[in-house]
Design a protein around this ligand. Structure first.
Ligand code: SAH
Ligand code: DHB
Ligand code: MG
Length: 234
């Protein structure tokens, strides 16, 4: 079956509806928040791509991390710190969050955005290729993380999974964004390296006896995609 094209008219109508519903849900359930609004405004002003999670997805991350009692959070892919702020808000006062970002410009914008929330002292941003930063964390034998959010380049997801497991303990929760890619994830012949990366990631997850996992598809203001939810059970 050919995949429906993203450019088609029905798709545009769907996106309009999903966005309307997201706007309704977010206005009802998330309080207006100056620091989060400023983070998005300053990220856009600095020319960062608008590929942050949606507000209701950010709140999902906050609730999941809080439900899990997370004290140590690792994020792979900071961008302007929007998801970082949601995650940091789940932490207790002695909590810690390390976020990994390739681009120093993104990290600088994020630093300012995060510091404005008053949570800056809990958040460390490490600049450089995430694989190198993850290998350093493994070599330093840091305390395992309670919660890991994977959201950097999709080509890197397989390696991020392998290294994240080395930074996990039984009970660690790993969430990965963008694993459905407008449905393209079902195409085994895809030539898109991002789709290939996500498919390889899911295959590794499926073959990994230490992990229980599911994927939920998402639609909304950020289009059609999905979250993978992993529980490290041993
Ligand atoms: N989590 C953010 C969005 C992240 S967008 C949010 O929801 O608000 C993906 C980010 O990953 C971008 O900032 C990009 O620069 C970064 N990135 C891309 N390749 C990377 C790599 N190899 N190592 C670390 N970060 C990378
Ligand atoms: C892209 C990356 C993301 O993390 C996202 O949520 C949406 C899009 C991208 O690289 O296109
Ligand atoms: Mg993402």
């Amino acid at each position: 079956m050919a995949l429906p094209s993203r450019g088609c008219e029905t798709w545009a109508m769907n996106e309009e509806l999903w966005t309307k519903v997201d706007d309704y849900l977010v206005s009802l359930l998330t309080s207006p928040d100056d620091a989060l609004d400023a983070a998005l405004a300053d990220s856009a002003a600095a020319g960062l791509p608008e590929i942050n999670v949606a507000p209701n997805q950010g709140k999902l991350l906050e609730i999941l991390a809080r439900m899990h009692g997370s004290r140590r959070i690792l994020e792979i892919g900071t961008l302007g710190g929007y998801s970082t702020i949601w995650l940091a808000r789940s932490l207790p006062v002695d909590g810690e969050l390390i976020s990994l970002e390739l681009e120093s410009k993104h990290a600088e914008v994020a630093r300012t955005n995060i510091d404005r929330t008053g949570l800056g002292r809990m958040v460390e941003i490490q600049v450089g290729p995430a694989v190198a930063s993850l290998r350093n964390l493994v070599a330093e034998e840091v305390e395992p993380f309670d919660f890991i959010f994977i959201d950097a380049d999709k080509e890197g997801y397989p390696e991020y999974l392998i290294l994240s497991l080395q930074l996990s303990r039984p009970g660690t929760v790993i969430v990965a964004d963008n694993v459905v890619r407008n449905g393209a994830v079902v195409d085994p012949a895809s030539s898109d390296e991002r789709v290939r990366g996500v498919r390889r990631f899911l295959e590794l997850v499926a073959a990994e006896p230490r992990v229980e996992a599911t994927v939920v598809q998402t639609v909304g203001s950020k289009g059609y995609d999905g979250f993978a939810l992993l529980y490290v059970s041993q």
